[in-house]
Design a protein around this ligand. Structure first.
Ligand SMILES: [Zn+2]
Length: 239
């Protein structure tokens, strides 16, 4: 095979490999961000529950103040009832007392309801805290693991870049310029194999003359349809 063609095949493989690093890194970083998101979601939920608890406590305090007022009122009613003169006055006072006691009952019920609600919230907060501990551990482990994987990829990337530099120093400048010109639009399919007499960049059948040149591999041959650089790939039995 033509030496230049061999170099271009190798270069295109290296460039393809270089392009594959970024998506790999992105995918790895995504793994971490999904665990971190779980952690922050739990923290948000916990904060919400704490806020709701605080609201309930404030309401309880308001009910307690109201209860104090209502019991003062009941004391006054009982003082007044000692000095009552008419039936009408006694009835009115009785009605006031009933209403006050009803309000008192309601306030006490509300306090009980709010306290129970806060107990439920306490349990939920405890559960979230336990889960948070687990998730924090996972975040820590994942961070470590990901850092390691990223540094491995970085190492691989440096190796590939070094390989590329070495190869570039050997390639003919004109051939290299041509490669880059095609690569501008063809990207990672700049150098493609020919299988079953078809270009594997545009998938169109190439004519017999071009096919014969590709098989000979004496020159750099481009696809007459799309302009990609072609090489012959031995078809295996599977294909
Ligand atoms: Zn083509």
């Amino acid at each position: 095979m033509n030496k230049y063609l061999e170099q271009l095949i190798e270069l295109s493989q290296i460039d393809k490999e270089i392009d594959s690093f970024e998506p790999k890194i992105e995918a790895i970083k995504k793994e971490l961000s999904s665990v971190v998101k779980k952690q922050s979601d739990l923290e948000t939920k916990k904060d919400e529950l704490l806020e709701e608890k605080k609201d309930n406590e404030l309401k309880i305090r308001q009910h307690e103040l109201h209860i104090a007022e209502l019991s003062d009122k009941l004391n006054e009613i009982s003082k007044k009832s000692a000095a009552v003169k008419t039936d009408k006055e006694a009835k009115a006072l009785q009605l006031e007392e009933d209403i006050t006691k009803e309000q008192l009952d309601f306030a006490n019920e509300e306090i009980e309801r709010l306290q129970k609600a806060n107990e439920v919230k306490d349990d939920m907060i405890l559960e979230i805290e336990e889960e948070l501990q687990e998730v924090s551990k996972v975040v820590e482990e994942t961070t470590k693991e990901i850092e390691q994987r990223l540094s491995e990829i970085e190492k691989q990337r440096e190796e590939v870049y070094a390989k590329r530099e070495k190869l570039l120093s050997k390639i003919n400048q004109k051939i290299l310029e041509f490669y880059h010109k095609v690569r501008k639009w063809a990207g990672n399919t700049t150098v493609v194999p020919v299988k079953k007499q078809a270009c594997y960049g545009c998938f169109m059948r190439i004519n017999d003359k071009t096919y014969a040149s590709v098989i000979k591999s004496e020159d750099i041959v481009t696809c007459p349809h799309c302009g990609r650089i072609l090489y012959i790939e031995e078809t295996t039995e599977e294909e």
